[in-house]
Design a protein. Structure first.
Lengths: 295, 329, 401
């Protein structure tokens, strides 16, 4: 049996798999950002807070209403998505005509509000959310013990990512969406309700974040700050990928999760910064990002 | 591109038609600021006023990049915080004179600005904001993981205020206050000079229409980088001074929420106005001071201010006043 | 410019006090801690409640003391904390600052208190530097410190057969210190340390590091981290079947409030050290019930109990001296033996260290828990002399050798 830099290959497989699991979160979140950016041209700074809201709604469903994980997986994105729609209609819409940087500032402010409210309501030490009984336990794969729940996270997020890709690239609705991204005025002239589309797109992007939040609830502690630091990493992921294509965001998300996972084995001290370092390298070589279109 | 004050033709950046009367008004305001700085320590708690001045200088530096480079940085805490570490380290470990420690902090911040600026100006607008944010997060992790330099989460504590130029003992709050006031005034005048110099005019031309400026033969990227470095250096001056005042450099200074705070101060005061950041810093710092008892409600209040400003009050306080009186401020 | 928003006047002017009391001495106690962040449950308003209970139990008014308790939130940031402290001392007439969790803030307050010559009664902070190289004649460190935690958990675990260790260390100075101290204790007691992994701080996903710990086959996985990191790593250890696999988790900085937040299902089997547990004996139970009544039914943490003990002892010293002169009060506090129902009889050493026993607890299984907040079973008791750093090893300049 050979060893790679002192790490047995079995352990390495395990780490690669774990990296993919983390990558799932990056993928769903950066996908949501990319979908929103595509049509609204704003970077949704509230994304991290909405991810957190997804986890909290799942927790509230269970503790206040007795609604289980599976129902929450569907309900939380709908509820949080609905708040997203309200935010778009009431606030973001009003600044559509000014510089897009105001969108960044507005959503940053919203993130502070949401985070602060949850901190006041639930403290910051985190709430417990158990893994659903169907997914407890795990499989011994020989080289590692894989908890069933982690396997489910990868499968679920891949499915959602691919479904989103299919929806946007292969369906009629997606075609309208792409047309609206390309030229909103012309698309409107063809009788398509572009403002409605914008609203729904924002709601959908937000729902994706909430979905990731529900997936995260049983494994990470449910606390008001869970999205705040994550979102900055996801921004770096987005800069690396370039937000130009849906598939690009998905691939970048999973790929960077993988690289981060490997860093945790070979040089754990750098695992917090590795994505930022890659971002710097990509900026030097290809400023528009790996999958981005030159602007 | 990012002309953030499109809606404030009279205020905001409209210094192009700087006529005599506006210039006289600016001169009067400067004198007014200088006079109130003289009186302030006898009326207010000097440590509080020093805090306001440090943040006002920080916001002025940030605003230089935004208002005159057209670039919204979401990572200015990196320069502010790094400078405060360097100046604290120099004063405490090397035992440097406070003046030299502040200079050292400022230079390191400018250098960091040169490196980050060179990377970040490759993209514009929203991407620029995200890149600066990510880069500053790297600085945060660096600070966290090098406790031998930064003291980790303890920060560098008990920084000696020392004797300025070996003569003036800064241990007394009022004495130190006048030094800080002088630094602030110097920073303000420097920024004012930069804006009104030919260099500043070119920067504004690039901000308003980059292709045209390039076609006129200006190397746009070099100008942008120069503004970036100046802004980072001045943010560093503010951070370095703060470290001496509070005798502490800590992770708070490099955290992304600090970057958010400076954006908020500038937004409240008026993006792209000359005096707005000062007013914004005064408002936000006082708010934090008086509302400190509210705990995490402060976060909510700040968020609400952000949202309200963006939706209803994009010109900021000074921007609105400028519009009223029809003169650039 | 005050932090009086949360001001709570607890003792009233003793208008009808006996005429024997010539003049009334008024004292202002500032309880500074985390009221909104990670340590809010552990310290927070509960510590202010504890301070008020101490004032009440001491019957301060009858003894001619007018005591006022104010509180503020330092948000776990040294700069915020030092601002508040300066303002309290310079402007608001605060005499004593109590509690102050988060080592970085505590060290800053320690320095300012020394510069301004006031009194600092620390209960919440972990760093053993407060009575070590940063020790101050104006500071008492009451409840616990990293040395005692490492000693309690490290030493006792090895004696109980957990003689091989692997550390999950949060990659910042505090995590490193915990790892270093505990490793030393483990080795001293005849155990061995198989390895350690540095985890980014703050972290959310520990699975990769837990796998490395699992692969090390160490009997004990030491969690050299705090707050959210600890909670996440315990949670994920459960998920990866680490405790079921026979490895034990040792929390080096875990409090009863963390166990409460995690739930017994997740936290069961965890081993940890505390100096106070509400259900230890008659005295602690009686006091804790009163505390719970005043604090929404929540049981006190050891930090909150420590605030009570420290404030009570301070008031005793002041009443005896009839003066609040810091140097005299500090000397009196160190001279008088301490005695309260929560920590028993004890002393305060020259370096400011409060001496009392530490207890090693194991978290109960859900089936063993009979009531709300019934979480621990006692594994071992460490007498004070064994728990805390002996003066002979002290780096504190106040200790005459």
């Amino acid at each position: 049996m050979f060893e790679l830099l002192g790490i047995p290959p079995q352990a390495l497989f395990g780490q690669v798999l774990l990296g993919l699991i983390n990558g799932s979160f990056y993928a769903i979140l950066s996908l949501g950002l990319a979908v929103i950016f595509g049509l609204l041209n704003i970077i949704n700074f509230t994304h991290g807070a909405q991810y957190m809201m997804g986890a909290f709604v799942a927790w509230m469903c269970l503790n206040y209403l007795g609604i289980n994980y599976w129902a929450a997986l569907l309900l939380a994105p709908i509820i949080v998505g609905a708040t997203g729609i309200a935010i778009e209609r009431l606030l973001i819409k009003r600044i559509a005509h000014v510089d897009h940087l105001y969108g960044l500032l507005l959503t940053f402010g919203l993130a502070l509000i949401i985070q602060g409210l949850f901190r006041n309501g639930y403290g910051s030490s985190g709430l417990a959310y158990q893994i659903p009984p169907e997914l407890r336990g795990g499989q011994n794969l020989g080289f590692m013990f894989l908890p069933n729940y982690r396997a489910w996270v990868v499968v679920a997020s891949l499915a959602v990512c691919l479904a989103t890709w299919f929806l946007i690239e292969k369906t009629r609705l997606g075609a309208y969406l792409r047309a609206a991204t390309e030229n909103p005025t012309l698309t409107q002239a063809f009788g398509i309700n572009v403002p409605l589309m914008v609203t729904l797109t924002y709601g959908f992007g937000v729902a994706l974040a909430a979905f990731a939040g529900v997936l995260a609830a049983p494994i990470y502690s449910v606390n008001p700050n869970m999205g705040a630091d994550l979102i900055i990493v996801v921004f770096a992921v987005v800069v690396i990928g370039g937000m130009g294509s849906i598939l690009g965001s998905i691939i970048t998300g999973f790929g960077l999760g993988l690289i981060e996972g490997l860093t945790k084995v070979f040089y754990p001290e750098a695992s917090a910064t590795v994505i930022f370092i890659i971002m710097v390298l990509v900026l030097l070589v290809k400023p528009q990002g790996l999958f981005g279109r030159a602007t | 591109m990012a002309d953030l004050s499109v809606e404030a033709p009279a205020g905001g950046l409209a210094l192009e038609e700087t006529n005599r009367s506006t210039e006289r008004l600016h001169k009067a305001i400067m004198i007014g600021i200088a006079l109130s700085l003289l009186v302030a320590p006898f009326v207010l708690y000097p440590v509080f006023v020093m805090k306001v001045l440090c943040f006002a200088l920080f916001a002025l530096a940030f605003n230089l990049l935004l208002g005159y480079g057209g670039l919204l940085s979401f990572g200015h805490a990196a320069y502010f915080g790094m400078a405060s570490y360097v100046s604290a380290y120099a004063a405490k470990i090397w035992g440097l004179d406070p003046a030299l420690a502040i200079v050292a902090g400022t230079l390191v911040a400018a250098l960091l600005g040169l490196v980050f600026g060179a990377l970040a100006i490759r993209r514009q607008g929203i991407y620029f904001a995200m890149i600066t944010l990510a880069l500053s997060q790297m600085v945060f992790f660096f600070s966290l993981q090098t406790p031998q330099f930064t003291g980790g989460e303890d920060g560098i504590q008990a920084v000696p205020r020392g004797k300025l130029l070996g003569l003036i003992d800064l241990a007394d709050d009022r004495t130190l206050y006048f030094v800080v006031a002088a630094i602030f005034m110097g920073g303000l005048l420097l920024i004012y000079r930069i804006i009104h110099s030919p260099f500043g005019q070119v920067c504004k031309a690039i901000r308003d229409n980059e292709p045209r400026a390039i076609s006129l033969g200006y190397r746009a990227n070099q100008y942008k980088l120069a503004v970036f470095v100046l802004s980072a250096g001045l943010a560093g001056l503010a951070g370095a001074t703060k470290a001496i005042v509070f005798q502490l450099a800590s992770l708070t200074d490099v955290h992304w929420s600090m970057s958010g705070e400076v954006v908020l101060m500038t937004l409240v005061g008026g993006l792209g106005t000359v005096f707005g950041p000062i007013v914004g810093a005064l408002v936000i710092v006082s708010m934090q001071n008086y509302l400190a008892g509210l705990g995490s409600w402060v976060l909510v209040v700040q968020g609400v201010i952000f949202v309200v400003c963006v939706l209803l009050f994009r010109e900021g306080i000074v921007g609105v006043i400028a519009k009223r009186i029809g003169k650039g401020l | 410019m005050t932090f009086k928003t949360l001001l709570a006047t607890t003792a009233f002017a003793a208008l009808l006090a006996s005429p024997a009391v010539a003049q009334q001495l008024s004292i202002k106690i500032g309880v500074m801690n985390d009221r909104s962040g990670l340590y809010a449950d552990l310290t927070g308003e509960g510590s202010a409640v504890a301070a008020r209970l101490a004032v009440e139990d001491f019957k301060a008014a009858e003894k001619g003391l007018k005591v006022e308790v104010v509180s503020a939130d330092h948000q776990n940031k040294p700069d915020v904390g030092s601002n508040i402290a300066r303002q309290w001392y310079d402007q608001d007439g605060v005499d004593v600052i109590a509690d102050v969790p988060t080592s970085s803030v505590a060290l800053a307050i320690n320095q300012i208190t020394k510069d301004k010559n006031k009194v600092f009664l620390n209960s919440g902070a972990a760093t053993s530097d407060l009575t070590g190289k940063a020790c101050s004649p104006n500071t008492v460190h009451w409840t616990y410190d990293t040395y005692a935690l490492a000693n309690g958990t490290g030493g006792a675990m090895v004696k109980a057969g957990g003689d091989s260790w692997y550390f999950l260390t949060a990659d910042y100075a505090f995590g490193h210190a915990l790892e270093r101290d505990t490793s030393a204790v483990v080795v001293k007691n005849g155990g061995k340390v198989l390895g350690a992994v540095r985890t980014p701080f703050p972290g959310t996903d520990f699975s990769s590091f837990l796998l490395q710990a699992q692969a090390s086959k160490a009997k004990v996985i030491g969690l050299a981290n705090a707050g959210g990191d600890t909670i996440n790593s315990i949670k994920q250890a459960g998920e990866f079947g680490i405790t079921q696999g026979g490895q034990k988790l040792a929390g080096l900085l875990v409090f009863v409030t963390d166990v409460h937040a995690l739930g017994l299902q997740t936290a069961q089997g965890l081993v940890l050290t505390e100096s106070f547990y509400w259900d230890r004996d008659e005295g602690t139970r009686a006091w804790s019930q009163r505390f719970a009544k005043a604090h929404n039914g929540n049981m006190p943490s050891m930090v909150q109990a420590g605030v009570y003990g420290a404030v009570l002892h301070y008031l005793k010293a002041v009443a005896e001296l009839k003066s609040k002169d810091p140097a005299a009060v500090m000397a009196k506090m160190k001279e008088l033996p301490t005695d309260d129902p929560l920590f028993g009889k004890g002393t305060i050493r020259a370096d400011g260290r409060k001496m009392h026993p530490m207890y090693l607890y194991e978290v109960k299984k859900p089936a063993e828990s009979k009531a709300k907040w019934d979480y621990y079973k006692q594994v071992a008791v460490l007498p004070a002399e064994q728990a805390f750093r002996p003066l002979s090893e002290s780096e504190c300049p106040l200790v005459k050798k």
